[in-house]
Design a protein around this ligand. Sequence first.
Ligand code: PMP
Length: 387
Amino acid sequence: MKKELTNELEVLKEKGLYRSLKIISSYSEKEIVIDGIKYMNFSSNNYLGMSLRPEVKKAAIDAINKYGCGGTSSRLICGTLDVHKELEEKLARLKSKEASLVFPSGFSTNQGIISTLFSSGDAIIMDKLNHASLWDGASLSKARIFIYEHKDMESLEKILKRAQSYKKRLIVTDTVFSMDGDLAPLKEIAYLAKKYSAVTMIDEAHATGVFGEKGSGLAEELGVEKEIDIVMGTLSKAIGSSGGFVCADKETIEYLINKSRAFIYTTSLAPASVCSAIKALEIIEREPEKRKKLLENAKYLKNNLNALGFDTLESESQIIPLFTGEVSKTLEISSKLMDAGIYVPAIRPPTVAEGRCRLRFSLTSQHSKEDIDKLIETIKTELKLRK
Ligand code: PMP
């Protein structure tokens, strides 16, 4: 087997698709140190700086002092602490749902929800660009998977018509797409779901804390919270902690507690993660200016990149792709920027389709206008643009 794996790795190397881990020895609000070299960081999901916020860190340390480091058991044995309950109540309120449940990661949340609530005889209707964890959840469920063209409501409606004979029909979509930074048309999806009696599920991983008046997410921003049946998110991005969650009606959550393998057969989320998330959520609700700043930063970078003639696809969020197309060009630009002290990841297949490579900038509220100006100047110099 070792020989076959080595051969496959060689093929990846030849195609420019080999990946290796970058070891970070220091992480501050805007800078990271990789192999002893400092870079300005434009790749983090710590969108609101919560992971490094002193009150959030203190909440984690206090939690360790009170409860210890590990979850020590699965939730149904002796792994459910009072703070798990507090966090779940807080998340349910944030998402305007009856109940909530926390999982060890956003990835396992998506796997757990879909594979538990849907099975053979059901239809799962996916946006083509949904996150990998949604695809894995759908595959595990053994339901029939249908794919509609990205954000294309005609394509979705056609599928809904075809899928009427399936027992349950689920429409599931990211709200902020993780590699394109564009937004799902939730109002239109909710309308079609009602028309064809489908269940709706959204993945608010990149929208929680970022969109909406109280920072709940894109469903809040677009006024469709009531129309969405199942909302998931992660604690690992704007919330700056670790873990994932689902919010829904009481019966759905009770069912997941009883049946979801990804929830039942794993150790509960560590107390430090739980308590740092509670603290970060408190701050996120009372500091709306952070998310406003984040989205202003995003607009500023996008406008500047567009003015230089770059294609940023349809991004409307803090995730901004700079479309490059082919692998070699993408690696070349990414490496030039790295040489100039800027870290931005090159996104290649299989994360995106062939010919759809890009650099993926992600901004935080902690970036200043000067940081973004510096990035733009570096891009101009390194890529020898004249504008
Ligand atoms: N959904 C989306 C859209 C994501 O981008 C991610 C993480 N990249 C996840 C789910 C998984 O979340 P986590 O990192 O907490 O496992």
